[in-house]
Design a protein around this ligand. Structure first.
Ligand code: URA
Length: 236
């Protein structure tokens, strides 16, 4: 059995707010108005607030990150991507799965499922990430070969083989199986071709939804969350 106010706070409402909603008669359990926050119910009972079912389980969102926001949960100086979400979702403790640089844009996964996030980011899982890039300079076959080998960055770090597919003289797609700090920028800089534009278009099984403009987000579909779980499956 579970206290009703606790159930509401697990779904993102503050404890005080949950009690207030219940007192105002806006919460129903299995269709009947609830009156007491401390009342206990079976975990399977259907709870609604203003008629809308309570969000249950984990939340998985795809955000099209715009430039100028940082992908952390809080920052003393900068605006964070979480500011794009409504308060009830922010209260759930969502966080970005991996980071995109402040000036980078594109697909950012947000969730409150810490275990899956950890699995997806584990270097051993090699979840592919693909970036659209534009650089200063001209991409050539020597760059493609360097990315495909185990490139050494200026600080001595060695990269796993990556795929560079130019689609024009100064642009193309890079696919990485790992996520070192500023990796794409550092790989391009090591080739003497600094990045001008960086957009993540693929994260594991997810593709950036072309219907999302920068700053917009949507919940993942069931098929997408199943695919993500499959990508993170296996021994941690
Ligand atoms: N590589 C980078 O350099 N920056 C990012 O934000 C992501 C990958």
């Amino acid at each position: 059995m579970e206290r009703l106010d606790k159930r509401l706070s697990q779904a993102g409402y503050g404890r005080r707010e949950a009690r207030e909603l219940i007192r105002q008669g806006r919460v129903r359990v299995d269709g009947a108005p609830a009156t007491r926050p401390e009342e206990k119910y079976l975990p399977g009972a259907a709870v609604t607030v203003d008629g809308a079912p309570l969000a249950e389980g984990f939340v998985y969102l795809m955000l099209h990150k715009p430039p100028d926001l940082v992908s952390s949960t809080e920052d003393p100086r900068e605006r964070t991507v979480l500011e794009l979400l409504p308060p009830e979702l922010r209260r759930r403790g969502l966080f970005p799965v991996g980071r995109l640089d402040k000036d980078a844009t594109g697909l950012l996964l947000l969730t409150d499922d810490g275990e899956l996030a950890h699995r997806l980011l584990s270097p051993r899982r090699h979840v592919d990430k693909t970036y659209y890039i534009e650089v200063d300079g001209t991409l050539d076959e020597a760059d493609v070969a360097a990315f495909a080998g185990s490139m050494t960055l200026r600080d001595g770090a060695r990269c796993l083989p990556a795929v560079l597919k130019p689609t024009g003289p100064d642009r193309g797609f890079v696919t990485l199986r790992e996520g070192k700090y500023h990796q794409v920028k550092r790989m391009c800089a090591a080739r003497g071709k600094p990045i001008r534009r960086l957009v993540r278009v693929v994260f594991g099984p997810l593709e950036l939804d072309p219907a999302l403009s920068p700053g917009e987000w949507r919940a993942l579909t069931r098929a997408e969350t199943d695919a993500l779980r499959a990508a993170g499956a296996g021994e941690p």
